[in-house]
Design a protein around this ligand. Structure first.
Ligand SMILES: CC(C)(COP(=O)(O)OP(=O)(O)OC[C@H]1O[C@@H](n2cnc3c(N)ncnc32)[C@H](O)[C@@H]1OP(=O)(O)O)[C@@H](O)C(=O)NCCC(=O)NCCS
Length: 151
């Protein structure tokens, strides 16, 4: 059975660190370096959730939390390519947001305008497009800024 849990510490070279950085490198359009991942403060500023099946990493969701504005900024949502199209991205995002409801009221994100699967998922989850950020990504692609009001 699939299991979603919050990762509170991401020690460099731990099994979960290697799984997450490997998935980010191979599956996420704008991957981070291992150093970026190793520097994350998962106690306060960032919240990281993973979806696992039989100990295998299936997906992850990373948020930056702005407690002042009660906002979660979704930085990364990734589902392993072999598991896509089964609503697992939606399940992981919904469960992550639900578990943060005591501290956040909105969720904000940027997504490439040429990522229809992700845009569709976010729209179905109640995110609305706020505006388009021209040349937001290093490859020159535009991004939609999207937001959902959670409660
Ligand atoms: C975006 C992402 C997390 C969606 O995860 P998912 O578990 O496939 O999500 P869902 O199953 O809810 O499907 C989302 C949409 O993709 C469509 N889809 C169908 N088959 C698919 C396939 N083989 N692969 C990917 N998406 C597929 C789904 O039909 C759905 O669209 P719909 O709601 O219009 O039918 C996943 O595609 C991913 O990890 N992509 C790479 C990382 C990325 O781009 N993240 C978002 C950056 S902001």
């Amino acid at each position: 059975m699939d299991q979603i849990r919050r990762i509170k510490s991401l020690k460099v070279e731990s099994q979960i660190f290697n799984q997450i950085t490997s998935m980010d490198r191979t599956e996420f359009p704008q991957p981070w370096s291992e150093r970026d991942w190793g520097d994350l403060d998962l106690k306060e500023r960032y919240q990281l959730f993973v979806l696992e099946e039989k100990g295998e990493l299936v997906g992850s969701a990373l948020f930056e939390i702005n407690t002042w504005d009660k906002q979660a900024h979704l930085l990364k949502l990734t589902i392993s390519s072999v598991f896509r199209g089964k609503s697992l991205g939606r399940t992981l995002l919904a469960a992550s947001l639900y578990s943060m409801l005591a501290t956040i009221e909105t969720c904000y994100l940027e997504v490439s305008v040429s990522n229809p699967y992700a845009v569709s998922l976010y729209k179905k989850m109640g995110f609305a497009v706020l505006n388009t950020k021209k040349k937001f990504y290093s490859n020159g692609e535009d991004a939609y800024a999207m937001q959902a009001i959670l409660n």
